[in-house]
Design a protein around this ligand. Structure first.
Ligand code: ADP
Ligand code: MG
Length: 323
């Protein structure tokens, strides 16, 4: 089982950022209102995720690291229409197979918390400890027992940037949840969790970073597009300030990104790149999110319709304004 878990881990956990992503998704699935992420050495030495979600009782905590253990029950068709974030029941087992993990969790209504350590897939005893309601997961020494994988990691700086990007995307996808992200040296950002996307962008990039963030919204029968677009005061790469979500998931889509940039540049006639956070909502059957588990690329069945609506939405938002 240990080897099977290590192999499975290769699919789920390729770097600290993928670990951070899975842990945050679990916290969101648990209904957390506040999520803290701590990174040491870019997440290679340690990732800690603390949430105030519903927590796990003793039984759930004992099962959480088993492969295909999931408390989330699905109909087969849910696998093609994924709405919740976790659905495979393998993230924790995979992470615990390639790191030293400590879980401390207290369920709503429970008198105490439980703590359990899993080291390279081997689970230690369950202890009762004092802790607030919610879950704290500490992941240390990622890939300590799989040197081949450790070798694939980039520099601390690169791994940290990728991990932080995951937290940023999560914070933007859930402006109603308060996120904080810190390293061993600084607090990188803290979002208020008040539902305001502008407030999240201000927390990520600095309050004065965008001039005049404009509301974007448009809808057709099948799609709804909303969000904000603005002009960054500092130059960044084209992707630097671009955030796109489909049904709540952060995605990359060069065609849609291009449509946004084009709409913005047509209106302003400058070579600048916009800062934006755009959210597209659609029937999940019109989008394939399973193109690749990590790249977060999607395929739309009616791509031209989506692109056209996004272009229109951006054009309308910018119409008559002088950014
Ligand atoms: P999945 O999310 O696909 O169910 P995971 O391996 O990510 O599988 O998690 C296994 C189980 O552990 C979850 O189904 C859930 O019951 C529990 N769990 C994991 N993280 C948390 C958390 N932060 N809060 C509450 N329960 C959690
Ligand atoms: Mg999960």
């Amino acid at each position: 089982a240990a080897l099977a878990n290590q192999i499975a881990a290769g699919e789920v956990v390729v770097r600290p950022a993928s670990c951070v992503k899975e842990l945050i998704e679990n916290s969101l699935d648990a209904g957390a209102r506040a999520i803290q992420v701590h990174l040491r050495e870019g997440g290679i030495a340690e990732i800690v995720v603390i949430d105030d979600g519903q927590g796990m009782d003793e039984q759930d905590a004992a099962l959480a690291f088993r492969r295909h253990a999931t408390s989330k029950v699905y109909e087969p068709r849910d696998l093609v229409r994924i709405r919740t974030l976790g659905f495979r029941g393998e993230a924790l087992a995979s992470i615990a197979a390639v790191a030293r993990v400590r879980l401390t969790t207290r369920a709503v209504g429970a008198e105490t918390a439980v703590r359990v350590a899993v080291d390279g897939g081997e689970m230690g005893p369950l202890e009762k400890v004092g802790a607030p309601v919610g879950t704290r997961i500490e992941v240390r020494d990622l890939f300590y027992n799989t040197p081949a994988r450790l070798k694939y990691l980039r520099t601390v700086q690169t791994e940290q940037a990728r991990s932080v990007e995951v937290v940023q995307q999560a914070a933007l996808s859930r402006a109603d949840v308060a996120f904080s992200c810190q390293t061993e040296h600084h607090v990188l950002f803290q979002t208020p969790g008040n539902g305001d996307v502008r407030a999240v962008l201000a927390a990520l990039y600095g309050v004065g970073e965008a001039k005049q963030m404009l509301d974007v919204h448009a809808a057709s029968n099948d799609y709804r597009v909303y969000g904000v677009i603005g002009r960054p005061t500092q130059a960044r790469s084209s992707r630097g300030y671009a955030h796109l979500f489909v049904n709540g998931r952060p995605i990359r889509h060069p065609g849609i990104h291009q449509a946004v940039v084009q709409g913005y540049q047509n209106r302003l006639m400058v070579g600048k790149h916009p800062m934006y956070a755009l959210y597209i909502e659609m029937d999940p059957s019109l989008v394939d999110v399973n193109v690749h588990p990590h790249k977060a690329e999607v395929r739309f069945s009616e791509e031209p319709d989506v692109t056209r609506l996004v272009s229109q939405a951006v054009a309308t938002a910018l119409d008559g304004t002088l950014l």
